[in-house]
Design a protein around this ligand. Structure first.
Ligand SMILES: Cc1cc2nc3c(=O)[nH]c(=O)nc-3n(C[C@H](O)[C@H](O)[C@H](O)COP(=O)(O)OP(=O)(O)OC[C@H]3O[C@@H](n4cnc5c(N)ncnc54)[C@H](O)[C@@H]3O)c2cc1C
Length: 455
C-alpha cells in the first residue's frame, strides 16, 4: 500500500480533501500505541492501493472556557488544556499519561488516564462535539441526546440492531472501555471509533474547580514474589473513590529505567502511588491505619505532583522507546479485569514474567487495568505472541476488557475474534454505510473487519 502525506492548514482545505473522498487515515499527535507509525509503510506493505495520511496537527487551534466547560478547537494537547484550565482556576478530569496527545484524538480513542479512577471515563465528560462528514460538512453531536432517537435508528431493522448491540454491552458497563464502542449517546459515534466515522474538529469538556491533592507513595515487595499487599491496597481503595483520584502502579522492572538517584525506594521494590484530595487526607490516613501496619511506615511517604508526573511519564515512554530500538512493534497489554478476577490476571502476568523475556508492569492499578509489556528481541517475538494469544482467550473467558484505553488500531485487530459477535459486525457495517458511505474514514480500521474473518 502506498502512503500519500496530506497536511491541511485550514478547515477549508480539510473539507476539500474530504470531498475528494479518497481512503484516508487522520492523525493528530501520533502517540497511539496501536498504530505502528514508525513502520507503517512496512506494516501495510502487502495491501494494494493508496492511503492518504492526513496530518491534523497543523490545523488552527484554540482553547477557551465558557462557564465550567472547556471548549477545544483543533489539535490542542492535554498539556496545553491542563495549563489553560489551571490558569482559570479549573481542572480537566481526564489525565492520560502521554500529555502531548491531542484532546480531540483522545475522544477518537476513548482515552482514559490515572484520574479515571476518581472521575470516570472521558466519554461522560464530553458535553458536545463537532465533526466533519465525508462531504466536508459540519455536524453537532450532544451527550444528552440518545442514539436511539436519531433518524438513522428510526426503522425497525436498525432499532433491532441497536437494541441487540446495547444488550451485548451489559457485561462491560462498569469498564472504562469495552472491546467495542458504547453507542448509547450521540457523542458515542465519535468516541472510541478511532476516526472511522468522521473527523472531530471541536469539543466541549467538563471541568471542575482546581483543588489541592496529596501524592502518597507506597513501596511494596515485587509483585512477582508476593502480591498480597498489592491486593490489600486494591481492595482498600475501591470504596474510597470519593477521596482518591488515582491509584497507579510502577513495578520494580519499570523503575529500573530510571537513574539510581531518581528512583524512589530501593531496587527490588514496586511502587504504588495515590493521588488523594488533600481535604480528605486526615480521614484517609485514619482509615489507612491497618494498611500502614502491613506496608510499614517507612515505606509510605509524600512526594510532589511534579515529581510524580515525571516518573509516571518516563516509564511508558522508555518502554515504548525500548521496543522501537529493538525494531519491535509494541507488545504490551491493556487489559482491565472485573475486580473479583484481578488476581487471575496477576497470576497470568507472573507466568509471563517467568519465560525468560524482559518485561515490565505498570498502569492503572486501582481500576484493575495494567499494562504488562514484553520487551523482546526480534527472535523472541513468537514466544511473546504465543503468550498474548493465550492471554486474550483467557480475558474473554474471564469477562475482562482487552483494550481498555489504547484502542484496537491496526496492531490489535488480530485479537478481536475473541470478543466480537455477529451483532457487532452488523452494527459496524450499518454505521459505516450511514456515516461513511464512501468508505474513506480509516477503511482499514476495526469497523471494517468482516464476520467471515472469524476462525
Ligand atoms: C508513553 C505513552 C503513554 C500513553 N498513555 C496513555 C494513557 O494514559 N491513556 C490513554 O488513553 N492513552 C495513552 N497513550 C496512547 C495515546 O496517547 C492515546 O491513544 C491518544 O489518545 C492518541 O492521541 P494522538 O493525538 O497521538 O492521536 P493519533 O495517534 O494521532 O491518532 C489516534 C487515533 O485517533 C484518530 N484521530 C486522531 N485525531 C482525530 C480527530 N481529530 N478526529 C477523528 N479521529 C482522530 C486517528 O485516526 C487514530 O485512529 C499513551 C501513549 C504513549 C506513547
Amino acid at each position: 500500500m502506498k502512503l500519500n502525506h496530506v497536511r491541511p492548514l485550514t478547515l477549508d482545505q480539510l473539507s476539500r480533501h474530504l470531498q475528494a473522498g479518497g481512503p484516508s487515515f487522520f492523525t493528530s499527535s501520533k502517540t497511539s500505541t496501536v498504530i505502528p507509525y514508525d513502520q507503517l509503510e512496512l506494516y501495510l506493505g502487502s495491501r494494494n492501493g493508496m492511503l492518504d495520511l492526513v496530518d491534523l496537527s497543523l490545523l488552527p487551534k484554540n482553547v477557551d472556557l465558557t462557564d465550567a466547560t472547556l471548549d477545544v478547537t483543533g489539535p490542542i494537547t492535554w498539556q496545553e488544556a491542563r495549563a489553560f484550565a489551571q490558569s482559570k482556576g479549573r481542572e480537566i478530569l481526564t489525565s492520560p499519561t502521554e500529555e502531548l496527545a491531542a484532546m480531540l484524538a483522545g475522544i477518537a480513542t476513548s482515552a482514559t488516564g490515572e484520574r479515571c479512577f476518581g472521575f470516570g471515563s472521558l466519554r461522560d465528560q464530553v458535553a458536545q462535539l463537532e465533526y466533519l462528514d465525508g462531504n466536508g460538512a459540519r455536524h453537532l453531536l450532544r451527550h444528552d441526546r440518545l442514539l436511539k432517537d436519531r433518524p438513522e435508528f428510526a426503522d425497525s431493522h436498525a432499532k433491532n440492531i441497536l437494541e441487540r448491540y446495547q444488550h451485548s454491552y451489559t457485561s462491560y458497563k462498569n469498564f472504562k472501555n469495552a472491546p467495542f464502542p458504547r453507542f448509547e449517546r450521540e457523542t458515542d459515534l465519535m468516541t472510541g471509533t478511532e476516526g472511522q466515522l468522521g473527523v472531530i474538529t471541536q469539543a466541549s469538556f467538563l471541568t471542575r474547580p482546581a483543588t489541592e491533592s496529596t501524592f502518597l507513595f507506597l513501596l511494596l515487595p515485587k509483585w512477582e514474589t508476593d502480591f498480597t499487599r498489592h491486593l490489600a491496597v486494591f481492595n482498600f481503595v475501591q470504596s474510597k473513590r470519593n477521596m482518591i483520584y488515582a491509584c497507579e502502579l510502577l513495578d520494580d522492572q519499570s523503575l529500573n529505567v530510571l537513574p539510581a538517584h531518581e528512583r524512589p525506594g530501593r531496587a527490588g521494590q514496586d511502587l504504588i502511588f495515590l493521588e488523594i484530595d488533600s481535604y480528605h487526607l486526615d480521614q484517609f490516613m485514619g482509615d489507612f491505619a491497618d494498611l500502614t501496619d502491613l506496608i510499614g511506615e517507612d515505606n509510605i511517604f509524600e512526594i510532589s505532583r511534579q515529581k510524580c508526573r515525571e516518573l509516571r511519564m518516563l516509564v511508558p515512554r522508555a518502554t515504548f522507546e525500548a521496543n522501537s530500538r529493538m525494531g519491535v512493534i509494541k507488545m504490551g497489554t491493556d487489559v482491565q479485569m472485573p475486580p473479583e478476577h484481578f488476581s487471575l490476571l496477576l497470576e497470568f502476568y507472573r507466568e509471563c514474567s517467568q519465560i525468560g523475556l524482559s518485561y515490565n508492569l505498570f498502569g492503572h492499578f486501582g481500576d484493575a487495568h495494567l499494562h504488562f509489556n514484553f520487551l523482546p528481541t526480534k527472535e523472541q517475538i513468537p514466544l511473546a505472541e504465543k503468550m498474548l494469544d493465550r492471554l486474550y482467550a483467557m480475558v474473554a473467558s474471564w469477562s475482562g476488557s482487552p483494550f481498555a484505553e489504547h484502542g484496537v488500531g491496526l496492531i490489535k485487530q488480530k485479537y478481536m475474534r475473541h470478543f466480537y459477535q455477529k451483532v457487532h459486525f452488523e452494527m459496524f457495517d450499518y454505521l459505516k454505510k450511514c456515516f461513511d458511505p464512501k468508505n474513506q474514514f480509516f477503511p482499514l480500521g476495526f469497523m471494517s473487519l468482516k464476520l467471515e474473518a472469524r476462525p
